[in-house]
Design a protein around this ligand. Structure first.
Ligand code: AMP
Ligand code: GLY
Length: 417
C-alpha cells in the first residue's frame, strides 16, 4: 500500500520511516517533507500543508490508502474534514475535535466539565483585569497565549513583575499576534513533567509508553521555552501507578467528554502532565504526536505502525506491542534558537549507523544538507538502559559540536539523578 504523511519535521520523518518498516508499505509520500527524509526512502511531495485541494488530488491520483496528519495546523484548518468529504481515508481529529489543542480555553472548559485534574486558571483579554488577577494570586504563576504559538507562547513567571511583563507583551504589544489576544493565567504546578500519548478511536484508547520532553533551551532547564530540545523514554521516576491514574482520570474522561459534547475524538491524543503530590494534572493537550517525543516513543514500538493505523481507521482492534528498550533523542538546533538564528550552515554527517537521524529544519544546497530552521535534526539512540542510550547518542553527536549548532548535553539525565 501507499501512504501519505502531512508535515515536514522530525516527527514526520520518524513516522514515515516507521511506516516504511512494514513490507506491505510500498511507498510513503510526505508533503511537504524535507530533503533529509529522502535518505530513508521517503518520497517528498511539493504541496503545501494548507493546500487541501491539491493534497486531495495527489492522494486520489496516487491511490493513497490513507493519510496521516503530523502537525496541528492542518488539523485545525480542517484537513480531516476535507479529505473525508472527498471520500478519502485519513487519520486525525476533525477541525472541531482538534480544538482541544487549538484553544486552551476549550481544553480547560472540557476539563472542568469532566472533573479532569488540571491547574486552576482564569482567562482574560483585558490587560488591566489580567494584571489585577496576577497581583492577587502572586508568583510563581504561568501565562499562556490562548491560541497556537508553537510551544513558545508560555511564560512560567517566577515573579509578579515577570508575569505582568508577559501579559503586556501578549495583550498590549501583540507579541504572539492573534493567538496572544486572549491569555490563560494558570496556577504553577510543581512536579516532574511527562508526556502521555494514546491512539484514540472514539470511545476506545490505546496508551503509548510515556516520554519526557525538555522544553527549555539550555542544560538544567534554563533559558526560554522551545518546541522541545530532546526527549527520552521510559521515564523511571514516574511510577506506573501515576501513568495508570493518568489514563483513568485524564485520558478516558477526555474522550468521553468529547463524545458527550458532540466532538468525538479520533487520532493521536497527547496529554502533557505534571506528576504533582496530589496526582497527575494536565498542563496541555495536543491533537497529534509530539515532537520530539515521537522520535523516541516510536523506537519502542515493535508492532507495525501501518497496521495499527489501518485497524483504527476501520474501527478494528489494533495489535500494539512495546519493547523494553530505552531511547534518548537529542535535538540539534541552530545557535540562537528560539530567538534569531543562523541558516544555511553545512550540517555535519552523523556516520554512526547504530543511531537514527531524523531531519527537521533542513534544505538542500549543492547536494548537501544545510540548516534551514531552528530545530535542525534529532539523533536517537536505543539501548537496554537510559545511561547506555545517552552515551551512544552523545558519542554520535561529537561531530556536531561546532559554533553554529547547539544541543543540550543533559537529555535523559533527570532519569538518572
Ligand atoms: P505548554 O506549551 O502548555 O506545554 O507549556 C510549556 C511548558 O511550560 C511546559 O512544558 C511546562 O514545562 C511549563 N508549564 C506549563 N504550564 C505549567 C504549569 N501550570 N505549571 C508549571 N509549569 C508549566
Ligand atoms: N514536544 C511538545 C509538543 O510536541 O508539543
Amino acid at each position: 500500500m501507499k501512504l501519505l504523511v502531512i508535515g515536514s519535521g522530525g516527527r514526520e520523518h520518524a513516522l514515515a520511516k516507521k511506516l516504511l518498516e512494514d513490507p506491505k508499505v510500498e511507498q510513503v509520500f510526505c508533503a511537504k517533507g524535507n530533503p533529509g527524509m529522502k535518505r530513508d526512502g521517503v518520497v517528498t511531495v511539493d504541496i503545501a500543508e494548507d493546500d487541501h485541494e491539491n493534497l486531495i488530488r495527489f492522494a486520489k491520483e496516487n491511490a493513497i490508502e490513507w493519510t496521516f496528519v503530523g502537525p496541528e495546523i492542518p488539523l485545525l484548518n480542517g484537513i480531516v474534514d476535507d479529505f473525508e468529504a472527498a471520500g478519502l481515508k485519513i487519520f486525525g481529529p476533525n477541525k472541531a475535535a482538534a480544538m482541544i489543542e487549538g484553544s486552551k480555553e476549550f481544553a480547560k472548559e472540557l476539563m472542568v466539565k469532566m472533573a479532569i485534574p488540571t491547574a486552576d486558571y482564569a482567562s482574560f483579554s483585558d490587560f488591566e483585569a489580567a494584571k489585577a488577577y496576577v497581583l492577587e494570586k502572586g508568583a510563581p504563576i504561568v501565562i499562556k497565549a490562548d491560541g497556537l504559538a508553537a510551544g513558545k507562547g508560555v511564560v512560567v513567571a517566577q515573579t509578579v513583575e515577570e508575569a505582568v511583563q508577559a501579559l503586556r507583551e501578549m495583550l498590549e504589544e501583540n507579541k504572539f499576534g492573534e493567538s496572544g489576544a486572549r491569555v490563560v493565567i494558570e496556577e504553577f504546578l510543581d512536579g516532574e513533567e511527562f508526556s502521555l500519548l494514546a491512539f484514540v478511536d472514539g470511545d476506545r484508547l490505546y496508551p503509548m509508553v510515556i516520554a519526557q520532553d525538555h522544553k527549555r533551551v539550555f542544560d538544567g532547564d534554563l533559558g526560554p521555552n522551545t518546541g522541545g530540545m530532546g526527549a527520552y523514554t521510559p521515564v523511571p521516576q514516574i511510577p506506573q501507578s501515576m501513568v495508570d491514574e493518568s489514563v483513568e482520570k485524564v485520558l478516558y474522561p477526555t474522550i468521553q467528554g468529547m463524545i458527550a459534547q458532540g466532538t468525538p475524538y479520533r487520532g493521536i491524543l497527547y496529554a502533557g502532565l505534571i506528576a504533582t503530590k496530589e496526582g497527575p494534572k494536565v498542563i496541555e493537550f495536543n491533537a497529534r504526536f509530539g515532537d520530539p517525543e515521537t522520535q523516541v516513543v516510536l523506537s519502542r514500538l515493535d508492532s507495525s505502525l501501518a497496521d495499527i493505523i489501518t485497524a483504527l481507521i476501520h474501527h478494528e482492534e489494533p495489535t500494539i506491542v512495546w519493547n523494553n528498550q530505552a531511547s534518548v533523542g537529542v535535538v540539534v538546533a541552530a545557535k540562537g534558537y528560539p530567538e534569531a538564528y543562523e541558516k544555511n550552515m553545512v550540517l555535519p554527517e552523523i556516520t554512526d549507523e547504530t543511531v537514527q537521524v531524523f531531519y527537521a529544519g533542513v534544505a538542500e544546497k549543492n547536494q548537501q544538507l544545510v540548516g534551514n530552521g531552528g530545530r535542525i535534526f534529532l539523533v536517537e539512540a536505543s539501548a537496554p538502559t537510559i545511561v547506555e542510550a545517552q552515551q551512544k547518542v552523545y558519542e554520535a553527536l561529537k561531530v556536531a559540536q561546532n559554533a553554529s549548532l547547539h544541543f543540550r548535553q543533559d537529555i535523559g539525565s533527570k532519569a538518572l539523578s
